[in-house]
Design a protein around this ligand. Structure first.
Ligand code: SAM
Length: 284
């Protein structure tokens, strides 16, 4: 029986913390993360003609990856100093993840590898996937610093199975600010399903889609629904010169293009691929 738990945290960052758990002839799970404020709507990239919204997002992530790796918020130093250190996200989900020892795992949208390395430290044979070569360079550096084995490959989520191998993985782990960068939740679920071996498990730990639909907190504190909750073909454009970690870095790529996917859309996309939902949690 799917479980539903709702919590809500951090008013500064207007963060929601959500966990779902589902299964694919095995299991799928999901959860959350903290998101910094965003500023609405820059127009679609007129300044870089020919660069798609996804291409613009990649430029944004390439630029931020180095600053993220250098920030104490991501804790590279702690991974190096303490061989048992795990990322906050993986620590938070330890009980939900269950035993991963010996599993062949793939981490979609692995960014700079902190969760990938953490899962490897728990005994999974991990491959991280991301479309940002800069993020992957930092992830490889982290694995080396942490003396932890993990592979990292460059691919867009939708073509991950073409690069990493079809039906090869016991565990697909993803989330923590991932789905909102993807135009189609259906194509994401197809990509996940192609990666999983029969009986494999998807663990998704993601920000709540309601969070993405809310306005930034106004002075009167009354939040409103300002952005789409359901998936739309066109992205919502934001102009955000910052990032979500402490850094003095100044960024030139300020545009981001994001797509929301409603909870029902996400679950339906997974079910449509023949996965079985074993659990769903929402918390703040
Ligand atoms: C917020 S990060 C995910 C959180 C990450 N797990 C962490 O450790 O903080 C989003 C990641 O998604 C990647 N990304 C965005 N769109 C992508 C796509 N279409 N294919 C592959 N990676 C993508 C970005 O490069 C970035 O590293």
């Amino acid at each position: 029986m799917p479980r539903l738990i709702v919590e809500s945290t951090d008013t500064t960052y207007k963060a929601l913390f959500t966990a779902w758990e589902l299964v694919a002839a095995g299991v799928m799970r999901a959860a959350m993360r903290v998101v910094a404020h965003r500023w609405p709507a820059a127009p679609l990239s007129m300044d870089l003609p020919g660069v798609t919204p996804v291409g613009r997002n990649r430029m944004r992530w390439d630029e931020r990856a180095t600053a993220h790796a250098a920030s104490s918020d991501y804790g590279f130093r702690r991974f190096a100093d303490d061989r048992s250190y795990l990322s906050y996200a993986v620590r938070f989900d330890l009980a939900r993840l269950g035993a991963v020892t010996g599993l062949r795992g793939i981490h979609l949208q692995c960014h700079i590898g902190t969760d990938t390395v953490s899962l490897a430290r728990l005994g999974a044979r991990m491959t991280g996937v991301d479309f940002s070569p800069v993020a992957l360079g930092e992830a490889r550096r982290l694995a080396k610093l942490a003396c932890t084995d993990a592979d990292f490959i460059e691919a867009e989520v939708e073509s991950a199975a073409d690069v990493a191998g079809e039906g090869m993985f016991d565990l697909v782990y993803t989330g923590n600010g991932a789905l909102n960068w993807l135009p189609s939740i259906h194509r994401w679920a197809v990509a996940v399903s192609r990666l999983l071996r029969p009986g494999g498990r998807l663990f998704l730990r993601e920000d709540h889609p309601t969070l993405w639909s809310l306005s930034d907190e106004p002075p009167d504190g009354l939040l409103t629904i300002e952005y789409p909750y359901f998936e739309r073909p066109e992205p919502t454009a934001f102009d955000d010169p910052d990032t979500y970690v402490a850094t003095d870095a100044v960024f030139t790529h300020t545009a981001s293009y994001e797509w929301n996917h409603g909870l029902g859309e996400i679950i339906s996309a997974v079910l449509d691929q023949g996965l079985t939902v074993t659990a769903l949690e929402e918390h703040d």
